[in-house]
Design a protein around this ligand. Structure first.
Ligand SMILES: O=P(O)(O)O[C@H]1O[C@H](CO)[C@@H](O)[C@H]1O
Ligand SMILES: O=c1cc[nH]c(=O)[nH]1
Length: 234
């Protein structure tokens, strides 16, 4: 039965969903991996695609930007469509001097400033990846020096954050900043499901000289995609 935001029939999604923020990146990923994939939903221009990759079912659907938007789609996928795994394949701003533009970050956990992830007042929850998915992605990255594993921060605001926080977060080992992972990890925990985020560093908050264009943010995902697919089908 369709939900308010997904007009697909029951059974239209694979157990594993790749989830970029950008709907156009979702379409590119679906076309690349599964040229015969079926478009199963298009509410609000958020295309969802289901097909078969390497002999196993797979779906691709965008989250839109930010934790409230991702929360709507991830909740409906977990609760109405029986989805068991969501692998976010996104972009992030580099925070740490250990990462450069074009590198890939596998998010072991996500700090957050969002009320969306403040589930139990007074308790700072740890929003963490599925160990099974994380292990599969790390194994698929063996030997890749441009792949990093560590925490990220999921913020509600793209603009207007306090610049002094960048160094403080970097000093705590935070590799990148983005806007969805903490909510995704929290929802997976709530629904007894699995989640992982794999991010391409699209820009750097300490040095903006090599930042990606909008076109690159949409299309430069191949390194991250290999790891995301390994996690989806592990
Ligand atoms: O490229 P995506 O996956 O959308 O991820 C990042 O890009 C958007 C901001 O430009 C936010 O959604 C942030 O998390
Ligand atoms: O949230 C984001 C995503 C990419 N780059 C940033 O600087 N912030």
């Amino acid at each position: 039965m369709p939900t308010p935001h997904i007009n697909a029939p029951d059974g239209a999604f694979a157990p594993a969903v790749l989830m970029p923020g950008d709907p156009r990146r979702a379409e590119r990923i679906a076309n690349l991996l599964m040229p015969d994939a079926e478009k199963v939903s298009d509410v609000r221009g958020i295309g969802a695609y289901t097909g078969v990759y390497n002999g196993k079912p797979l779906s691709v659907m965008a989250s839109g930007m930010g934790q409230p938007s991702l929360s709507i789609y991830a909740t409906e996928l977990f609760t109405h469509y029986g989805v068991k795994r969501i692998i976010r394949i996104g972009t992030c701003g580099g925070l740490s001097s250990k990462v450069t533009v074009g590198d890939v970050v596998i998010a072991i956990g996500a700090h957050s400033d969002s009320s969306v992830t403040n589930l139990i007042p007074g308790i700072g929850l740890s929003h963490t990846a599925s160990w099974e998915l994380l292990s599969a992605a790390v194994a698929a990255a063996e030997g890749e020096t441009s792949v990093h594993v560590g925490p990220v921060v999921s913020r509600d605001k793209f603009y207007g954050n306090d610049p002094s926080e960048v160094q403080k977060l970097a000093d705590l080992g935070t590799l990148g900043v983005e806007m969805e992972t903490a909510a995704l990890y929290m929802l997976a925990a709530q629904h007894d499901a699995q989640a992982l985020t794999v991010l391409t560093v699209s820009d750097h908050l300490l040095d903006g000289s090599d930042d990606m264009s909008a076109e690159d943010r949409e299309s430069r995902f191949q390194g991250a995609l290999k790891l995301a697919v390994a996690a989806a089908h592990c």
